[in-house]
Design a protein around this ligand. Structure first.
Ligand SMILES: [Zn+2]
Length: 390
């Protein structure tokens, strides 16, 4: 894939030096022969909650009851050594699914944030990381903003960004939302939050703030250039004009019965579209499943849904663009050597025609890829996962 385009290079060579891709093409010299397997970019998951991996698949009653019953108690316990151990396992599982960059929410405890930055740094992955800011219905509410500022100053770097993360409008007072907007502006930090996910949530926001959901964020200074909004399921044309970056979370939106994002409207709005697993409302960290679910829900609604290239792009380069990382998301010279090695025999069925177009191959990867098809995952040129040896 080059500059957002596509290249299928049979018997290709990927030359890596000091963690970076230095050449892509056809070459005879190689240190490792991975044929006949496929090399594709690592995924970028633009929305997931680290403490919620343990909740995946628990039967929900809709967003708000699910948060109260399951999420807040689990996050309240996500501290100390437990946070360190479970964060480490989250990263293992994420990498095992071929995801090499992500936008992550931790728990509200500072040690959860420390654990996440340490895990991201040790794994060498690009990430946005932030604790969910909340002072309403919160399991932790003192010094929320001061603590966020201290954590931002401690951790924010080029590769691992501290993201100002108001959990969602309903968990925040006006003061906290404005303080969050102010913090992002003063320290030039990215912002991530949820927007227009679920009808009950949207009604409640209207009731409490007396204005449309997107306006609540806009007036708090949270709709800047580097603000990423998850879900965006129930949007007006006015809402679409206020935002630039979206994390589309189709598996989560189905699981919590929140609805289906309006794909044609999102395309018309011209926003940067990416994909998020939204674990733990999404049932797993696999971006293969996220791509496939997106294809299915939009194909049912309209013939103009995203095609395989759109989906694969959103899961890789689109995600990198949504997070403002220019050095990941595709296999091009100068980019970080973040890639997956896929088992050819699991992607392409026996007896398939010998010469396939790049389009057909991408379609096979989107529709047949999964965790067990991944043989190896590399991050910055280092072997991070080796299923081939297991
Ligand atoms: Zn979420």
């Amino acid at each position: 894939m080059r500059g957002g385009g596509w290249a299928d290079i049979p018997d290709g060579t990927l030359e890596v030096r000091d963690g970076l891709i230095v050449a892509v093409g056809r070459g005879r010299r190689h240190d490792f022969d991975l044929r006949p397997n496929l090399i594709v970019p690592g995924f970028v998951d633009t929305h997931a909650h680290v403490p919620q991996l343990s909740l995946c698949g628990i039967h929900p009653d809709g967003l708000l009851p699910w948060l109260r019953k399951w999420v807040y108690p689990v996050e309240a316990e996500f501290q100390g050594g437990r946070a360190v151990e479970l964060t480490r396992r989250f990263f293992q599982e994420m990498l095992a699914n071929g995801t090499t960059a992500a936008a992550l929410y931790t728990s509200a405890w500072p040690e959860s944030v420390d654990a996440c930055f340490e895990a991201a740094r040790d794994a060498g992955v690009h990430a946005w990381i932030g604790p969910p800011l909340m002072d309403i219905g919160a399991y932790r509410r003192s010094r929320v903003l001061q603590e966020a500022e201290e954590l931002a100053k401690k951790w924010d770097s080029k590769k691992q960004r501290f993201a100002v993360t108001p959990r969602f409008a309903l968990s925040c007072t006006q003061d906290l939302l404005h303080g969050a907007g102010d913090l992002a502006r003063r320290l030039n930090l990215p912002v991530q939050t949820h927007l227009n996910e679920n009808p009950d949530e949207i009604r409640e926001v209207r009731h409490r703030f007396h204005k449309p959901y997107a306006d609540v964020y806009e007036e708090a200074g949270l709709t800047g250039e580097l603000s990423l909004f998850a879900h965006c399921v129930h949007m007006t044309s006015r809402d679409w004009k206020k935002i630039r970056r979206v994390s589309h979370c189709p598996t989560s939106n189905l699981f919590l019965k929140s609805g289906v994002l309006d794909w044609p409207a999102a395309k018309r709005a011209g926003v940067r579209m990416s994909l998020g697993s939204d674990v733990g409302a999404g049932p797993e960290l696999s971006m293969y499943r996220v791509m496939r679910t997106a294809w299915e829900v939009h194909a049912v609604r309209s013939a103009k849904g995203p095609g395989p290239e759109d989906l694969f792009r959103m899961a890789t380069l689109g995600g990198a663009e949504a997070l403002g990382f220019e050095d990941i998301g595709s296999l091009e010279p100068g980019k970080s050597a973040d890639f997956q090695v896929l088992d050819w025999n699991q992607i392409v069925p026996a007896g398939a025609p010998p010469a396939e177009s790049a389009h057909d191959l991408i379609s096979r990867i989107v529709h047949r890829g999964n965790r067990s098809a991944i043989r190896q995952v590399y991050v910055a040129g280092h072997l991070a996962v080796d299923h081939a040896r297991e």
